[in-house]
Design a protein around this ligand. Structure first.
Ligand SMILES: NC(=O)c1ccc[n+]([C@@H]2O[C@H](COP(=O)([O-])OP(=O)(O)OC[C@H]3O[C@@H](n4cnc5c(N)ncnc54)[C@H](OP(=O)(O)O)[C@@H]3O)[C@@H](O)[C@H]2O)c1
Length: 289
């Protein structure tokens, strides 16, 4: 089987390249230089050149605050380009796996969001990601839209790496405590995606939208505290953490207070579930850099 992976240098993509290697897969990885999602012609020509059986789109405009000042750009990359990828996948008879986000919801619900809940994004990033989902759904065919949340790894830019640095540089760190979600290791996403591909190859055809996060829940403050615990256990210097409400940490993009995603549909339809977020964090921290 030939798999084409978009977003070669991203954090989920990095882990996917490890998980998918050695699966008897021919894996073609494309960076922004190889295929710019801002250029539909570039997408079409690369898809036709490689003619994959499976397209995985792990690329995206992921700078949530920046998207507020460049919503058209975010929309082209996260929205329009997904429609082009879906059309090309359908024309090739290929399957498409695409990653989406908890930010399609406004966070007003008091329990975890299911795939049946109606999206209502709070900002430009969430709007553009929802447009991408809708563009893929409009084309139909063989697709999995995997909504995940609070992604981190030992590569790229993410909360884990930022906290590890700031906790060692500062004496005190104020972290938001009223946004709740599931920190999700990119390695867990990649392992689950690899299992989904195996199950598809074995005949599962339950295409659609699914929620895919590490299990359990915490706040950003709770996540930071777990990272701090690891630093302390390693005998490293560590700032004092202070919980604050979102109102004391204003950002250009408004974030959902409730980012919890219910993963039961994925477990039911695909028999795939991710480990608890604390287990995944420990596994991530054991990886070689
Ligand atoms: N990070 C999160 O917390 C989170 C949460 C939920 C869902 N997701 C979704 O998961 C997916 C992957 O996230 P991630 O955190 O792994 O992303 P990431 O580390 O920010 O990587 C995104 C990748 O997209 C590429 N890209 C950006 N603009 C492009 C363009 N115009 N053409 C081609 N490639 C382009 C980037 O290329 P360069 O390396 O050249 O910049 C980068 O390699 C995204 O769809 C994101 O929306 C992420």
């Amino acid at each position: 089987m030939k798999t084409l992976l978009c977003g070669k240098n991203g954090q989920i993509s990095h882990e996917l390249q490890l998980s998918l290697a050695g699966q008897g897969n021919e894996l073609v990885c494309l960076s922004r230089t190889d295929m710019d999602l801002l250029e539909p012609d570039s997408i079409r020509s690369q898809m036709r050149k490689h003619a994959p059986d499976l397209i995985i789109n792990a690329a995206g405009h992921t700078a949530v605050d920046q998207a507020e000042s460049e919503p058209e750009l975010a929309m082209e990359i996260n929205g329009t380009a997904c429609g082009v990828l879906a059309e090309e996948a359908a024309a090739l008879g290929a399957a498409l796996i695409h990653f989406s986000t908890d930010y399609v919801f406004d966070g007003a619900k008091t329990s975890p969001y299911t795939e049946m809940d109606v999206p209502a994004p709070l900002g430009a990033y969430g709007n553009s990601k929802l447009a991408g989902e809708q563009a893929i759904q409009a084309v139909g065919g063989q697709y999995l839209i995997l909504r995940t949340s609070w992604v981190y790894s030992l590569h790229g830019r993410n909360f884990l790496l930022t906290m590890q640095r700031l906790l060692q540089e500062r004496e005190e760190l104020r972290v938001v405590d009223d946004q709740v979600g599931a920190p999700t290791w990119a390695g867990s996403i990649a392992q689950a995606t690899s299992q989904l591909i195996d199950k598809w190859q074995a005949g599962n055809r339950n295409w659609g939208i699914y929620h895919l996060t590490n299990q359990g829940e915490t706040s950003w403050f709770g996540f930071a505290s777990a990272i701090a615990d690891q630093l302390k256990a390693a005998g490293k210097p560590c700032a004092r953490l202070v919980p604050i409400p979102s109102s004391e940490y204003p950002t250009p993009a408004k974030r959902p207070l409730n980012s919890r995603l219910d993963g039961r549909k994925l477990a039911q339809d695909w028999q795939v579930s991710l480990p608890d977020w604390r287990t995944a964090l420990a596994e991530c921290l054991r990886q070689p850099r």
